[in-house]
Design a protein around this ligand. Structure first.
Ligand SMILES: C[S@@+](CC[C@H](N)C(=O)[O-])C[C@H]1O[C@@H](n2cnc3c(N)ncnc32)[C@H](O)[C@@H]1O
Length: 735
């Protein structure tokens, strides 16, 4: 057994908020597990006791992408230049692109507070980042946590499952990956095209699943479905009419874990760290991975990842499925991927510790120990034993990221490819059983103590570690669950205990139901689509969704991509606990009046509008007063509109406002009064790249005298910055 004690150079340090850093047990445990070579231990542990830099990535494929990249580059240059007179200060600042992240969209920044106070350029940049992260144009995310979605190789057209998705930073990457044009496609302008594919983001805790919806709302993705199931019981998908089983092309299994890889970011975890942490979650992690592999199509890929150093949560889980699956499963060799990011291979040997005794094989355990220590926790036999050498090779293909290698947090990633059906995949070809397990288990047993409230500007919101609390008492809960899980797959469908969950139906179904009730066509579409000149065709009605139970005046309507629509149609009245579909599209504002179109879906709905006013808007200013629903505005005109009205409210301008340019006033006067409209502006030309060709589409409301743009404050800020390309100008004008 390895020696214990804090090594030289790794004294206890006090972190922000006075958290003590370091733990003798941690040192004892991980030195014995040899997670890093002996001669690297000091570097590893020393770095683990230090703060983590801020890392963020710019959301790809949006109007803002090119602008933000060039803006951040300008800021970086200005800020570093402003420090040249003070080389000592400059030495303390780090501001670099993360080399291995595609398209130079991710950054690594460390600016000590005293430097921030002394450099107005950096202070301004810091404020800009906070605002942009509120507007959802950038995500603050640990660098190594960006790896799993990158390795998953999600492509346009894929159906993807993110099994443990909240708070959603990796889900966002999966959605962005769908927007990339298919390989070999001539269409390089991905932003104008509605992405093809579907991401099902699931989290076992419904509160956290709702938090994910909040975090990802600015992506306005029509490709997203959010569900809330315990991942280990995620229902199988069936075609409702044929009974055929449906599978996912890609699955992300970023499981709940003890999270000691995040100790630099969340030093308070040092106080909770203890020797048996990993044991409590192993079984759940294995159950989730097994379920994921079952839901994956043959030939499909799955990433299993944790932010833990513990082999019991990492290689042991992978080893167990490799052992069970044999040739049907392979760990993909990723040595050619993200090569600038230093990593170490997966472990092939480790031990299991229970109450001060280390066990190398399950056979060494006896009696009560076996209640805690399971066979699946142990490493494969030595490579010289029959069939073991292959497993060793496979495990070495796992990727381990350590703080001292690239100044990051810790992470474990394993990319698996399913070659054939899993041996545990025998499944009755009937949809009837698909939801039974969880129904039997019931609600309220989600792992993890959950996260904080719904705010977006702090790293803590993205804390992948806040499920670490699952360790407390989870053995009992797992016991219950396992007992039920083992019997329930064979049971007939349980009663609809999920009925209380929100569910969705297509607008087409709703319109049909409402129309057939009294034999007359229902007038709902007259209030939703007609005011915008949207055709009442089946395609569009199939892409719009409302919550059940059916109502003749639904409060909200969502818009989803055709792939999402098709999937929901195929699975029919399903056992899935769906809490969100696509992005918000329309909202009822008054009883009987027209619905308001929401900004999220405006971009996707505009191409479907067949209104004469679009043609009129494209022509010059010569249109009749009070007749139009679409108004064309120039980029600078849009900048003017965004700055009008009170700070913190929606931009609002009087049509009589003399400061408006003549042409713009004329065009605003062409809008139909007391009706919704869309303002369409070209994207920023000087940002270059794909954004130049994109349109900004903003919904608005035209009253008797005033015109309002329906934008929340953060979007207003982000757009204003986008147009004016300068933060201080933006802030002083908007605020
Ligand atoms: C490591 S975090 C996921 C981080 C996320 N992938 C991201 O990148 O933002 C694990 C998540 O799993 C959820 N969780 C815990 N137990 C679960 C279960 N049995 N099934 C599904 N989700 C679960 C937690 O609520 C937590 O949000």
């Amino acid at each position: 057994m390895a020696s214990s004690g804090v090594p030289h150079g790794g004294a206890y340090e006090s972190g922000p908020g006075g958290n003590e850093r370091g733990s003798e047990d941690f040192v004892r445990y991980y030195q014995a597990q040899r997670i890093v070579p002996d001669d690297e231990w000091e570097a590893f542990y020393g770095r683990l006791l230090t703060d983590l830099n801020t890392t963020f990535r710019i959301v790809s494929g949006t109007l803002h992408t090119d602008f933000l990249r060039s803006f951040v580059e300008d800021c970086r240059r200005d800020a570093l230049e402003s420090l040249t007179s003070d080389p000592e200060l400059a030495k303390e600042v780090q501001f670099t692109t993360i080399e291995w992240y595609p398209d130079h969209l991710a950054y690594d920044v460390a600016i000590p507070r005293p430097v921030l106070r002394k450099s107005p350029a950096l202070k301004q940049f810091h404020e800009f980042l906070v605002k942009q992260s509120e507007a959802g144009t950038i995500f603050r995310q640990e660098a190594v946590s960006m790896v799993p979605p990158l390795l998953l190789d999600v492509r346009s057209g894929h159906t993807v499952l993110d099994m443990c998705a909240a708070p959603g930073s990796k889900t966002a990457q999966l959605i962005e990956a769908l927007s990339k044009p298919p390989e070999g496609s001539a269409d390089s302008n991905s932003s104008n095209r509605e992405p093809d594919g579907c991401v099902v983001a699931n989290d076992g805790e419904s509160r956290r699943a709702h938090m994910l919806i909040h975090h990802l709302r600015h992506l306005s993705s029509p490709n997203l479905i959010v569900t809330t199931h315990s991942a280990q019981f995620f229902p199988h998908l069936f075609d409702a009419s044929t009974g055929e089983r449906l599978f996912f092309d890609r699955i992300l299994c970023d499981v709940p874990c003890t999270g000691d890889g995040t100790l630099r970011k969340a030093p308070s975890l040092w106080n909770r760290w203890h020797l048996h942490m990993g044991l409590g979650l192993h079984k759940l992690q294995l159950q989730i991975l097994r379920r994921g592999l079952k839901l994956l199509k043959t030939g499909g890929r799955l990433v299993y990842s944790t932010c833990s150093f513990n082999p019991i949560e990492n290689e042991a889980v992978v080893n167990a499925v490799l052992d069970e699956a044999g040739e049907a499963l392979e760990v993909v060799d990723c040595s050619d991927e993200l090569t600038e990011l230093a990593r170490r291979p997966g472990l092939t040997t480790w031990q299991v510790l229970w109450k001060d005794t280390w066990y190398s094989t399950f056979d060494e355990t006896q009696g009560r120990v076996r209640r805690k220590v399971k066979p699946s926790m142990f490493p494969p036999p030595p490579p010289q034993e029959p069939h073991a050498s292959h497993r060793h090779t496979q495990l070495r293909r796992c990727l381990r990221f350590f703080p001292h290698l690239s100044n990051t947090g810790g992470f474990f990633v394993c990319l698996l490819e399913k070659r054939a059906a899993m041996p545990w995949d025998s499944f009755p070809d009937q949809a009837a059983t698909s939801s039974t397990t969880e129904d039997a288990v019931g609600e309220g047993q989600g792992e993890g103590e959950g996260g904080e409230g719904v705010t977006i500007d702090t790293e803590e919101n993205e804390n992948e570690n806040d499920d670490g609390g699952a360790v407390e008492g989870d053995e009992e809960r797992e016991g219950e669950r396992e007992g039920e899980a083992s019997t329930s797959e064979a049971q007939p469908a349980a009663k609809d205990s999920w009925r209380s969950q929100e569910d969705f139906m297509s607008l087409k179904q709703l319109v049909q139901q409402l129309s057939s009730a009294d034999g007359r066509p229902c007038g709902l579409w007259d209030r939703i689509g007609m005011p915008f000149g949207l055709p009442a065709d089946g395609d569009l009605l199939d892409a719009l969704f409302v919550r059940t139970p059916p109502s003749d005046a639904p409060k909200k309507v969502w818009y989803a991509s055709s792939r999402v629509g098709q999937l929901l149609q195929r699975i029919g009245k399903s056992p899935y606990k769906i809490i969100s579909v696509g992005c918000p599209a329309f909202e009822r504002v008054s009883t009987g009046g027209p619905y308001r179109m929401l900004q999220h879906a405006a971009r996707w709905l505009l191409p479907r509008i067949q209104h004469p006013s679009i043609a009129a808007a494209a022509a010059e200013d010569d249109v009749a007063k009070g007749t139009q629903q679409v108004v064309r505005v120039g980029r600078e005109e849009l900048g003017l509109l965004l700055a009008k009205g009170e700070a913190g409210k929606m931009p609002r301008v009087s049509m009589k406002d003399e400061s408006l340019p003549e042409g713009l006033r004329g065009r605003l006067e062409s809008l139909t009064r007391e009706a919704p409209f869309l303002a369409v502006a070209r994207g920023p030309d000087d940002g270059g790249g794909e954004a130049a060709a994109m349109s900004i589409v903003l919904p608005g409301w035209c009253g008797r005298q005033n015109v309002e743009l329906m934008l929340d404050d953060n979007t207003r800020y982000a757009l204003h910055a986008l147009i004016h390309k300068h933060t201080s100008k933006t802030q002083s004008q908007v605020e």
